[in-house]
Design a protein around this ligand. Sequence first.
Ligand code: KG4
Ligand code: ZN
Length: 337
Amino acid sequence: RDEPLVLGIETSCDETGVGIVRGNTLLADAIASSVDQHARFGGVVPEVASRAHLEAMAPTVERALAEAGVAFTDVDAFAVTAGPGLPGALMVGVAAAKAYALSLGKPLYGVNHLAAHVCVDQLEHGPLPKPCVALLVSGGHSSLLLVPDVASDVRSLGATVDDAAGEAFDKVARVLDLGFPGGPVIDRLAREGDPDAIAFPRGKYNDGTYDFSFSGLKTAVARWVEAKERAGEPVPVADVAASFQEAVVDVLTQKALKVCKDNDVRDLLIGGGVAANSRLRAMAAERCEAAGVRLRVPRPKLCTDNGAMVAALGSELVASGASPSDLRLPADSSLPI
Ligand code: KG4
Ligand code: ZN
């Protein structure tokens, strides 16, 4: 009870998230998503997302406070995603957090969205080992991070050079007419398909870097499907889904374990929306076991964008004695790690 009560706000993409933690104890994780409003466009529309954040902000804060059973005036510190993300969307959260902090005269911590994705696991599995490696895979990012200390030292070792992993799932789902977001549907369909049916390319597999490339894979799937359609043959959707998913997951786990090995790190964390993928979890578990690496994956609700992750990192910053941001804190759409 002595630990400070931290409220975190996340608005970098299409989820308005408000989380409340005390230390590493999660008290509330309220979410309002505008995903349904983007579905017919096949991807997130920035202006639509910003407006939805504006409407959802205050009600989501109210819901989080009620869920935690605390009063607004009980909050000891505020944290907000300062970037990276959609500029207009970030601005809504940052402006709200500044107003809340100013109104209570409490400190405000601007946090990096990727570091928050890593830190959230502390709410589920306790303090992060120092160092650990993090693989973050979502619709907006695919990154490999070396994390000596999540509050003060997070290093980017690799990232996608084109599409994010989740974006590849979404685009392939579009090719297969499966709706948006595509990840969960492909995951489900792939269970009935043969992952070895089609040999899709694995970009940058052995290039010695920790970077990813998924746009060649996406194009290869589109070409393969087009060729079938042109020939008037039925498209074996489950086999395509399984073979595509296998290619993505193979590259992600191969590179993640390479970072662990090259840096002699024994703990791997996987986060982001794609961490919900059942094949990624299974292959990562298998390869970690073989390499003597411990695997940490937060539960799905904590893997996708949420406010709890921001509160978790805010709490870590408070505990580490970091200085708060000042009220000029900018929203920075390309905030580096
Ligand atoms: O982290 P997230 O909710 O939002 C950001 O993009 O930041 O991630 C959403 C992404 C989408 O691209 C979605 O298709 C993907 O995560 N995704 C999945 C699965 N569940 C969600 N991809 C593969 N398999 C899944 N089960
Ligand atoms: Zn994210």
